[in-house]
Write a protein that binds this ligand. Structure first.
Ligand SMILES: [Zn+2]
Length: 292
């Protein structure tokens, strides 16, 4: 498990639910192609790519502890959730997420806010848990902060074809029904320590979370990047992007902003340690992981 990082009086604790090789790299990045993979295999292995050319990914959340609040950013896959198209996420029954919270020194009762960078299945699962056959908010005191256009987009998808987005039905709409959601713009300023950075493209209204004060800060990326390969090739889209061209522009913009800064990137899907700094390299960017 990756150690927490401290930004003066704030700490950020990774809470991993899974880490492993789930997706074939060529399918995950449809424009990658065999030649480019051949060219990059050596530096990707073994940390980012396994022996069968599957990407090694972490499924994780981050707990931010500030002097005022305990905040969870994203909520992994969750337990007891039918995900028929993703066998490795189907009907999970694991205590790893809960143990991760405990390692961060919190329980579900201590979380004041849940920030949803976007509404994909591996980021909203623990929003809810099963209680007497009903999906109820997992974090009884928390307000869940979602981007307004993101929610509108997925609510409409669910209305048109609920079978295609079961995670919206069981992990997002129950939060709305329980009146626990706060809808904001994706450039929302939460307080003087936390603000959202709009990072659209992977989804329609995706946001990343900037934590701390200038000079001592961190960016929780969410899914604006999935692999350091998308640092080297910022235009490399992934299979579930809403708009890959926009996602590419977003990556360039964000990396350009932070590549000469001490800002620590908490890259949600990067394998352990998922935290590091981004630096310019050639026409792209490299990721330098902090020591585990
Ligand atoms: Zn994801």
């Amino acid at each position: 498990m990756t150690a927490p990082i401290a930004l003066n009086d704030i700490t950020i604790h990774p809470v991993a639910e899974q880490e492993g090789a789930f997706f074939d790299a060529l399918g995950f990045f449809p424009a990658l192609g065999k030649d480019l993979l051949d060219e990059n295999r050596a530096w990707l292995r073994p940390v980012y790519l396994d022996g069968d050319d599957r990407l090694v990914l972490c499924i994780q959340s981050f707990v931010i502890k500030t002097p005022r609040h305990n905040i969870l950013v994203d909520a992994c896959v969750g337990n007891h959730k039918p995900r028929p198209t993703r066998p490795f996420w189907n009907m999970l029954n694991s205590d790893r997420f809960e143990k991760g919270l405990a390692a961060a020194g919190v329980t579900v009762n201590d979380i004041d806010y849940v920030m949803c960078t976007h509404l994909h299945t591996d980021h909203v699962g623990w929003n809810t848990r099963l209680e007497n056959g009903r999906w109820v908010p997992t974090f009884p005191k928390a307000t869940y902060i979602m981007a307004d256009r993101e929610l509108a987009h997925w609510t409409q998808r669910e209305k048109e074809n609920p079978q295609s987005v079961p995670w919206i039905t069981d992990s997002v709409l129950p939060i709305i029904a329980a009146k626990r959601a706060k809808l904001v713009k994706s450039d929302f300023v939460f307080d003087d320590l936390i603000q959202f950075v709009p990072t659209p493209g992977h989804t329609i209204d995706h946001y990343s979370v900037l934590v701390g004060r200038a000079g001592t800060d961190a960016l929780i990326t969410g899914d604006m990047i999935h692999s350091p390969l998308q640092g080297k090739y910022p235009e490399l889209g992934m299979m579930s992007d809403y708009d890959s061209a926009q996602a590419g522009r977003t990556r360039r913009q964000v990396f350009d902003r932070f590549c000469e800064e001490p800002t620590i990137m908490c890259a949600t899907h990067f394998p352990t340690p998922s935290m590091g700094r981004v630096r310019r390299r050639g026409d792209g960017y490299k990721f330098i992981a902090i020591a585990d």
